[in-house]
Design a protein around this ligand. Sequence first.
Ligand code: ADP
Ligand code: ZN
Length: 436
Amino acid sequence: MEIKFWNKQIEVIDRDSLRKLQLERFRKTVEMALKTTFYKKRLAEVQIKSIDDIRSLDDIKRIPFTTKNDLRDAYPYGLLSVNKENVVRLHTSSGTTGTPTVIYHTEEDIRNWTDLIARCICASGVNRGDVFQNMTTYGLFTGGLGFHYGAEKMGVLVIPASSGNTRRQLKLMKDFGTTVVHATPGYLLHIASQLGTYGIKRPELKLRKAFLGAEPYSEETRRKIEDLLEIEVYNSYGLSEMNGPGVAFECVYKNGMHLWEDSFLMEVIDPVTKEAYDDDSEGELVFTTLTRTATPLLRYRTRDLSRVYSDICPCGRTHKRIARIKGRSDDMLIINGVNVFPSQIEEVLMKNPQVGTNYLIEIDKEGVLDRVTVKTEINSKLFTGDISSLNRLEIAIKEQIRDTILVNPLIELHEPLSLPVSEGKAKRVIDNRPQI
Ligand code: ADP
Ligand code: ZN
């Protein structure tokens, strides 16, 4: 297997040198943070008043966590650490869980981010000569412009398609010989189901890879997309608070995502006790930016649940890997007292070859009990068959979900394209229960 690097020196750096680099950059980040009204106050409370108060990486433990609400409270300028004249761009989060947060970038920040994206793309084995169709939204969302500039820098031909308009996406793919796409998993599943509708035969496409991220998806969904489109899927993780995409990415071994530790200092904490783990326990990812100048963030709580793989990756990169994100801690549903992650239901559905490419979970209150309805599209062929095969499928899905989440769901089978399609982050859960 050919292993490609964008910046080999930094990607295979020995751990001791990495730690030294992290400390140097961490100190500089604290220095920048002290220039913001928010951190000046926050850090004074723990007696950090200058860069001299940071001597080792361990000093990070003295710093309080930063949350999404802190960013919302500091909106719009409370976390800006440079003069406005030096800011060249801002991005916001998608606002999945409330008011979006804002992050500012200097020219240097954009350069560093662009480099990280180029690093990710290279790690997947993409080359000059590849044609990259970026099917995520261009605008405030970071997946559009972030990937765009990184791919250009790497030297691939970029088609800035943005999201939506499936017919046009497929036409662009066919006409320009797209070899790589970037999309949300939900949208690529939809595209995969639409080839026939638009009269496209697989051999007419040159597609060979996809970068998928921005929302949780299971290994089963990866496999399903890989099978339907005959491509390789790479998992891409990021969040606007840490620039956007380019935080962690899979190399060709696809055994977890390399987290770029020269740019982000990672901790994994118990979301309840906030204790940091030093092993591979599953917990919440917490990041400190290491190179950002306009909006440095210290110990930012992502709410994303994952774990660290510390073993050596055959690709030679020394940056640790993180497991597929299970979901956000606030994605967890409590159904009749049982903790359930939507991703557990997705895994069961996508394992099933008769299940189609879209699904929805609805939760209602029925008396004192919660009722879960899983609506899933299934392959159109099944609707032309006899009713008993539909019944069998319904029972099988019901049992598999019950065995996984220990809650008895109602199952509704739907024809393809009958559930709402999302071009960006998919809304998979509709919780109709009264808020307490
Ligand atoms: P918002 O936080 O409002 O959704 P962002 O656009 O910044 O806005 O989205 C970042 C979030 O998207 C991450 O914190 C994470 O929850 C999710 N995410 C991004 N990439 C992945 C991925 N590969 N797998 C699972 N979740 C992901
Ligand atoms: Zn690797």
